[in-house]
Design a protein around this ligand. Structure first.
Ligand SMILES: Nc1ncnc2c1ncn2[C@@H]1O[C@H](COP(=O)(O)OP(=O)(O)OP(=O)(O)O)[C@@H](O)[C@H]1O
Ligand SMILES: [Mg+2]
Length: 255
């Protein structure tokens, strides 16, 4: 198991955003977390990536207890993410955005490299080259020198994925990567997620697009009002009574 979530709970002043959630993620799989709006999916990602600590419960990555570690430490261990509301640096080029992700793996920090010795220059060249490789991987190298803000939404989502990959994660968390994408773009995204998995990177995916989720996931976890109500294969989840009930009345779930 690459990730173990045990009895994880968090309260936000009365709102029980997660209540004793327990599940595991196997190395090399694509696992999805689904559930109606406000179910606690993004909160789960925020806890795994150390944005804030849980009220109780534990998170282990590769048998290292990470639930009390700072975000940057968790990233260094090999956990990275993308954001539901894109967090692209608009005032940077596409390439520079990916370089930010890559700097996590470099010796000199992003800001130290202002003092440029020969070795930092060499390292800078390495960062540029590998960042271009990651852009190529997501199919964006032809836009490397464009300003990030000029990219259409679909490409901005790809850019975020490239930036996340540049930190060389072993586990990537994708928070609604298909949001706002059309059918063709969603199809392409599915190919990209599979390509990521084929690089031996484990994928934990939050997604509202049921078609994509059912087709791509090895396993699915369903949250509702902060509680885990089901876990299983896509087929098991599709016919699960609790899951169907949780989604009744939801009108924004594309099928
Ligand atoms: N930082 C926070 N402070 C207070 N309440 C929060 C905070 N983050 C999330 N919540 C609350 O926790 C609950 C779960 O929110 P969360 O964003 O995790 O849901 P979600 O499953 O990602 O929903 P969506 O599908 O709409 O993205 C909601 O009631 C939300 O208002
Ligand atoms: Mg969310």
């Amino acid at each position: 198991m690459i990730l173990k979530i045990l009895d994880l709970s968090i309260d936000f002043g009365g709102v029980k955003a997660l209540q004793q959630v327990t599940f595991n993620v196997k190395e090399g799989q694509i696992k999805a977390v689904i559930g109606p709006n406000g179910a606690g999916k993004t909160t789960l990602f925020n806890l795994i990536t150390g944005i804030f600590p849980p009220s109780s419960g534990g998170i282990h990555f590769d048998d290292v207890k990470i639930d009390s570690l700072k975000s940057h430490k968790i990233a260094e261990l090999g956990v990275t993410r993308t954001f539901q509301n894109l967090e692209i640096f608009d005032n940077m080029t596409v390439l520079e955005n990916v370089m930010v992700g890559r700097h996590l793996r470099s010796k000199s920090g992003f800001f130290e490299s202002a003092v440029r010795s020969e070795s930092t220059k060499r390292e800078e060249r390495e960062i540029i080259e590998s960042s271009l490789d990651y852009l190529d991987f997501v199919g964006l190298s032809m836009r490397a020198n464009d300003m990030s803000a000029s990219l259409p939404l679909g490409f901005q989502r790809y850019l975020e994925i490239a930036r996340a990959l540049a930190s060389e994660p072993r586990l990537i968390l994708l928070d609604e990567p298909a949001a706002g994408l059309d059918e063709k773009e969603t199809e392409d995204l599915m190919g990209l997620i599979r390509k990521i998995r084929d690089k031996d990177i484990t994928v934990l995916l939050v997604e509202h697009n049921m078609g994509l989720t059912m087709e791509i996931s090895d396993e699915i976890v369903v949250l509702d009002h902060g509680e885990l109500i089901a876990e299983g294969t896509p087929r098991e989840i599709q016919y699960n009574k609790k899951v169907i009930e949780a989604y009744l009345g939801e009108d924004d779930v594309s099928t």
